[in-house]
Design a protein around this ligand. Sequence first.
Ligand code: AMP
Ligand code: MG
Length: 484
Amino acid sequence: MFQFDHSLARELEGFYVPVQAAKPRAPRMVAWNAPLAEALGLPQADETQWTAWLSGAEAVPGSQPIALTYAGHQFGHFNPQLGDGRALLLGEVIAPGGARFDLQFKGSGPTPFSRQGDGKSALGPALREYLMSEAMAALGVPTTRSLAVVATGEGVWRDTPHPAGVLTRVAASHLRVGSFEWAAAHKGRQAVERLADYALARHFPDRMEARNRPLALLEAVTEAQAALVAQWLSIGFVHGVMNTDNVTISGETIDYGPCAFLDAYAHDQVFSSIDRGGRYAYGNQPVVCRWNLYQLASALIEAIVAVDEGDNEAARQLLDGFGARFEGHWIAAMRPKLGLTRTDDGDVALAQALFQALEGQGADFTRLFRALAASLSEGYGAVAAEVTDPAALQHWWDQWQARLASEPADPAERAARMDAVNPLYIARNHLTDAALAEAEAGNMAPFEELLALVRQPFTRRAGMERYEHGAPDGAPAHVTYCGT
Ligand code: AMP
Ligand code: MG
């Protein structure tokens, strides 16, 4: 049956409370990720059985549902007590290759950490997380996955009534920066050390022999998060709520609430209705990532200096080096998008100059990179068609041509390489909103069509042209909301 283990429950007593999922009224499977179920080695069962298990109607065999406790900085303000207010960790499944994954319900009812919330999730946002996380996985970005969404047959109130749903999420783990902040704020150094050892053994086992394990963990998370945020920027992803409770230790993207993909490129683009100051704007994400890592360092520092007083300085240098580390990951992600295989000292400046030239051009982020590939055979006109002021971008394009000339390649071969990393299909905001509205009204066809495309984002499909188009002209600026 299920190959469950419960290492967190065993090793981190005090970091959770046992909670049972609420019983659904009339559960119905809405989205089922069969390939993921197979990859995880989950048991064969029919839809009725899976619906019962993944709605809370029947206990999942071998599960031990718990709500995790954590803290977090939300929009810069410390909240010492958050926790799974609408989520339950069922346990860890061991996949056939031996990898360990958390299975977690989201929207399964109240817990001791629900505060004012109802512990529930609306169906639309649960499906949104499903779609977004599958799109990110297909783009090769580290992310939590989605196994299923079940409609519970109940309603939830989010300004207006919505059908409710339970998402089953799959993650390397649900440990986050906020888990360490909670331990430091409430439990002290030994609890932080215990948590750090658990996290290191689970996510970065090759660092268990490090001289200073809490420092090794800080280094590993810094590396994983720098790489992650660089990938976000390279695909135009805006997470939208990079609070420290939504920053994983594993380096996976988590909590697809108010996130979105850029339509027209703008460095300061914000989608979230509550992000009035632009704290989590597209171009601010590396800055906030570094800020979040400082919070992790603060939570770990007592444990770090307990091993070696001098490592206070090592931690400082690590964080001081974040900018250079991030830039290394960013340009490594940008080079293939621009058709480059060799490294050149001028590449960072060249890539940065592209984004400067794009500011205010109204160019659709995703289409632009496909247009660059097309321009290799069609000439600058392919790019000019995507921007409002073609003359302003021509200078950059000429510079790019000169750089390409330094590593000669067949234009068609180079374009194919670029098209293999620059997606054609993303979860576009206007398409996603329309698909989710239909889904909540009971029609899953648009959702399934969009999902199928974003799962193979680089391959053009006949008859699907409308999925390549940017936001409709004159559409109001897209707004996303937190409230799952
Ligand atoms: P998020 O912004 O989604 O990361 O959520 C922040 C915190 O609010 C987490 O501790 C959640 O568990 C909690 N929360 C969000 N929505 C609800 C809800 N509907 N009911 C209970 N708790 C919630
Ligand atoms: Mg969260």
